[in-house]
Design a protein around this ligand. Structure first.
Ligand code: MIC
Ligand code: SF4
Length: 675
């Protein structure tokens, strides 16, 4: 039977499927499956908690083929906390057999695809943009830190078998249109919740014209669809990319079988695409750049794991070369990795950018996560990033537009939102068959061989120690690193107040913000919990504290918890006593994180019930043990000041998830021998 590429990779890694599994035949969609994980990645903002959990598992060395601990988020070191975290992470990596990517080395996803990504492998990362690895033909999935800790300990990763959506690409991108415009087009059609429970698999002759970094831009931002992951085939282009990185042996050809059946197919003709922008404040609020041309720009930021490759920088340099950024604009550029920065320097691109007036920012997440370079009040910031949730930039009233490097560069020059195709410029990397990578020889100054020398530089990657040396390593812990607090045990009946009622598409940035003030507390749950739900109700912490964190419920609309994989968005609520979150629907990773930390995710059987509940009402959920044991709906009695009524809550969790809740969270479940 013909299989899609995603199915083929999943089948190679499948350990179990709830309703059984016959190799070579499609797995039932929605079935709880467990897959073996070959590689893991963590970044510093989620990594500290992941490794604190990993330490409690008691495994002497990671059991994966490759595990990497990156430092890229918390690099703005205004006091001891972040550097203490780095030292903790480095010592953990040394002790347990991981690679350690030092700060300055670049954004985890960019570095991973350059140095570790392998077609056909599975990658689990404690960051929602882990699907970037799909650009090189991996099944790469974002998850909470504790799930990654379990995978490092050799445990399988559990998920509901996703639907597979095919995206058929034809044609070739026009000059001035970037890979970002492909994913913005998918977001325009599919919305930020269109991909929940699905994998997007790209195929068709249009794929051939896209470089690996361009493919990675598309799979990276598939996270904004809510998708489990996205994947491209591994072909001759992938082979060339791996050769450039000195990793030819890592290549294998991978594609879907002839006649593979997708759950649905979307078609995009690349030749017909024009420059697009996601308008404030959602990645799916997509418009044509041409429609926004009257909008004055005050800031341009290029970088992030979405668009910070050498080829992205080359696309920018082609547009700004010999020009200056407009006087009213501040522009910054954060190359995705140290390797990218070195290559851009060698190819002369860096000089073009500096001369044009770009501020060169650190190779790290930086402004994408609100760590510096915040825009002015009521500013208009064009960013090549992947998220524009309100306040994430650090300036709540700024309008953030997500665009391609081409659009960002053109707008930096004119001072208005500008479609690059309206400008007259030479782009040596652009040919009639698409963009040619600098690694494949389009630099007018250097041979690709010379550029590749830097591509293969592994300078700041510290390789795992051998087991004897590793055993001698002492873990270094600063005073801000506090053990993860235990989850509350499961109770049969809960009668508690609703302390928050939120709307649709609440992001994890709303639930647990990032930025300079909050991120340094990622390894200190009691402290970080003070910011829980801050963007939705600045009084939430005080309200929870006023009842001694004795317990409460939260109500939400659709796609609750979209965005980041940060488990702090579950840990904060758990610490403040949230026992169940009742919504119209959840984002995948947030739902899994809630379960892992013992908070029951419930969805309204009748979405109209959402309107009948108010902040301050009391809810009574009864017979929880039986609901969890037998997969029965939740019985909820709503006590309002106008009287009481009963509603039903959907219980669509897999058996393992229900058992995790009964055990009082994943840590207790694992300690009790649960798999
Ligand atoms: C993000 O882009 O929101 C982050 C910061 O990378 C998060 C991880 C985190 O919150 O640490 C993500 O995408 O998962
Ligand atoms: Fe870092 Fe931004 Fe990518 Fe998250 S989305 S990993 S903050 S660059």
């Amino acid at each position: 039977m013909s299989l899609t590429l995603a199915e083929k990779i999943i089948q190679k890694h499948i350990v179990s499927a709830a309703s059984g599994f016959v190799p070579g035949t499609p797995v039932k969609r929605g079935d709880d499956i467990a897959i073996r994980i070959d590689q893991t990645l963590t970044q510093d903002a989620t990594g500290t908690m992941a490794y604190l959990q990993f330490e409690t598992i008691g495994v002497p060395r990671v059991k994966t083929e490759v595990s990497v601990s990156y430092v890229d988020h918390n690099t703005l070191q205004t006091d001891f906390k972040n550097h203490d975290d780095h030292r903790y992470l480095q010592s953990v990596a040394a002790k347990y057999g991981l690679y350690y990517s030092r700060p300055g080395n670049g954004v985890c996803h960019q570095v991973h695809i350059e140095h570790f990504g392998k077609p056909g492998k599975t990658l689990l990362g404690s960051d929602s943009h882990t699907p970037t690895g799909g650009g090189i033909g991996m099944i790469a999935i974002g998850a909470g830190g504790i799930d990654v800790a379990v995978a490092m300990g050799g445990g399988a990763f559990h998920l509901a078998m996703p639907k597979i959506f095919g995206v058929k690409l034809t044609g070739t991108l026009k000059k001035g249109v970037g890979a970002k415009d492909i994913i913005l087009e998918v977001l325009r059609r599919e919305t930020v919740k269109g991909g929940v429970g699905a994998i997007y698999e790209y195929f068709g002759e249009g794929v051939e014209s896209l470089t690996v970094p361009q493919r990675a831009t598309v799979t990276n931002m598939g996270a904004e669809l809510g998708a489990t992951t996205s994947v491209f085939p591994s072909d001759a282009t992938t082979k060339k990319f791996l050769e450039s990185m000195g990793r030819a042996a890592d290549w294998t050809e991978l594609k879907a079988d002839e006649g593979a059946v997708y759950d649905k197919i979307i078609e995009i003709n690349l030749s017909e695409l024009s420059a697009l922008a996601a308008c404030p404040n959602s990645p799916d609020a997509v418009k044509k750049v041409a429609e926004l041309s009257q909008t004055k720009v005050t800031q341009v930021a290029i970088g992030s794991c979405t668009n910070s490759s050498l080829d992205d920088l080359a696309a920018v340099a082609a547009i700004v070369k010999g020009k200056h950024i407009a006087p009213g604009v501040e522009a910054g550029i954060a190359p995705g990795s140290r390797t990218t920065l070195l290559m851009a320097d060698k190819a002369g691109i860096l000089g073009d950018l500096i001369r044009a007036g770009f501020r060169i920012l650190e190779s790290a997440c930086g402004p994408c996560i609100g760590m510096g370079f915040a825009p002015n009040s009521e500013g208009v910031s064009l960013r090549t990033f992947n998220r524009n949730f309100k306040g994430r930039s650090g300036t709540a009233d700024a309008g953030i537009y997500l665009v391609s490097p081409e659009t960002a560069a053109a707008s930096a020059i004119t001072g208005y939102i500008t479609d690059a195709s309206t400008l007259d410029y030479e782009d040596p990397s652009y040919t009639s068959s698409g963009r040619v990578s600098l690694l494949d020889g389009t630099s007018d100054r250097l041979s690709s061989e010379e550029i590749r020398m830097d591509a293969q530089d592994e300078g700041l990657l510290i390789a795992p120690l051998d087991p004897t040396e590793a055993a001698k390593v002492e873990i270094v812990r600063g005073p801000n690193i506090k053990a993860c607090p235990p989850c509350k045990s499961c109770e049969d009946n809960l009668k508690l107040p609703v302390l928050l009622k939120a709307g649709n598409n609440v992001s994890t940035d709303d639930i647990m913000p990032a930025g300079t003030k909050v991120l340094p507390f990622r390894s200190n749950i009691p402290e970080i919990s003070k910011f829980t739900y801050e963007r939705l109700d600045s009084e939430f912490y005080n309200k929870a504290a006023a009842i001694n964190m004795s317990g409460c419920f939260v109500i939400g609309g659709e796609n609750f918890g979209q965005g980041s994989s940060r488990e702090h968005a579950a840990l904060g609520p758990m610490y403040l006593g949230v026992r169940a979150v009742i919504t119209k629907s959840f984002a995948r990773i947030h739902k899994a994180n809630l379960i892992n930390y013992g908070i029951i995710p419930v969805t309204f059987e009748d979405p109209a019930d959402y309107d009948k509940i108010s902040d301050g009402d009391t809810l009574e959920i009864t017979g929880i043990f039986e609901s969890l044991k037998k997969a029965l709906p939740f019985n909820i009695c709503v006590h309002t000041k106008n009287g009481d009524f009963n509603i039903k809550g959907v219980n669509d969790m897999a058996e393992r998830s229900r058992n995790i809740l009964l055990a009082g969270g994943l840590a207790s479940y694992t300690k009790a021998g649960g798999q």
